[in-house]
Design a protein around this ligand. Structure first.
Ligand code: ADP
Ligand code: MG
Length: 322
């Protein structure tokens, strides 16, 4: 016993914060930071989080033709398709967010959304949008719990989980850590993050980026423990033409970029929820979105309006200055 203890001491094993930043999963930056009994255990836990995230990327990316979601897009208009429990549950969740947000969140946005390529500055003309738009409607995605199948009610329907998958992956990463007994951690995939525990009596401080300044500048910092936070911004993936900004959040009713706010941050218990709800403000505008956020019990929100002013949901006390 004494020998064992000496041995681990001489190897320098002691509890510490372990952090890793990884690029290239889900096309975004993954950050994992946690408190571990020793560095080796911390590194192994981070490895397990990344395995989980790669798995979600493989099954849900529409950029990968072999992914489960790509298979659904290719075949679900032909008849019911049996899908994995994980994807089925996520489609049920997506459906719930569509109803919560009056259809502002809608994974069938992709029926039009696939016509945009922000990197190549490609966008559909009015005729192409008009032709594709009838396929945009979450009600076209028909789920059967008994058979665990999905079916599209018509041809032309496509889904894309880009508005919810990162949050889901963050929750998946947190679950992996909890199963290993980790009680203090931060996991982020791009703008979606979640925290378990605190920093020994202090909250984690998470910054909200200033939408019109560089990546380093923040409009405020939020103290968080045991919470998730997602920010959507019109600065993430966009191009401009004649002063109009075309970016990656689509209004399901028009097929155009949804441009009613500059950014929206949602705080809640789980990242899949905060991710799913952060797009709403772009589609519905700050007032209507805030009304919805205030109505949902476990959610808070911070919206940067088009004029740069910031509004807060009812639940947020006076926040500290940045
Ligand atoms: P990030 O991808 O950086 O996490 P967001 O959380 O803001 O950014 O999600 C934006 C993504 O949501 C888009 O790239 C697209 O895949 C998807 N999306 C766009 N419009 C909608 C919409 N109306 N409903 C659901 N998802 C959407
Ligand atoms: Mg997101």
């Amino acid at each position: 016993m004494a020998g064992l203890l000496l041995c681990s001491l001489s190897a320098g094993a002691h509890a510490e914060w372990v952090k890793r930043v990884t690029d290239g999963i889900m096309g975004t930056r993954i950050v994992v930071e946690l408190w571990a009994d020793d560095r080796a255990k911390g590194d192994a836990a981070i490895d397990a989080v990344l395995v989980e995230m790669r798995h979600i990327d493989e099954s849900m990316s529409t950029y990968k033709p072999a992914s489960e979601v790509s298979q659904v897009n290719a075949h679900a208009a032909d008849g019911p398709m049996k899908i994995s429990r994980e994807l089925f549950d996520l489609l049920v969740t997506a459906n719930e967010y569509s109803r919560l947000t009056d259809g502002a969140f809608d994974i069938t946005y992709a029926s039009v959304g696939y016509l945009y390529d922000y990197r190549k500055r490609v966008r559909p003309d009015e005729a192409a949008i008009g032709k594709a738009l009838p396929a945009v409607n979450y009600r076209h995605v028909i789920l059967d719990e008994k058979t665990q199948t999905v079916r599209f009610s018509q041809k032309g329907v496509r889904i894309d989980l880009g508005g919810i998958a990162k949050g889901h992956a963050v929750d998946g990463g947190i679950a992996v850590l909890q199963a290993r007994g980790i009680t203090r951690a931060f996991v982020a995939a791009g703008g979606d993050s979640r925290i378990i525990g605190d920093r020994f009596g202090k909250p984690w401080m998470v910054g909200i980026r200033d939408p019109r300044a560089g990546p380093g500048s923040v409009i405020t910092r939020i103290p968080l423990t045991d919470a998730a936070m997602s920010t959507s911004g019109d600065y993430e993936r966009f191009f401009e033409e004649d002063g109009v900004r075309f970016h990656h959040i689509i209004d399901p009713h028009t097929g155009h970029s949804a441009s009613k706010v500059r950014s929206a941050t949602v705080i809640g218990p789980r990242a899949v929820r905060t991710d799913g709800l952060s797009k709403t403000a772009f589609v519905l505008g700050p007032e209507k979105a805030m009304e919805i956020y205030n109505r949902i019990e476990d959610i808070d929100a911070i919206i940067v309006k088009l004029d740069g002013s910031v509004i807060y949901s009812k639940g947020l006390e006076q926040l500290p200055a940045p």
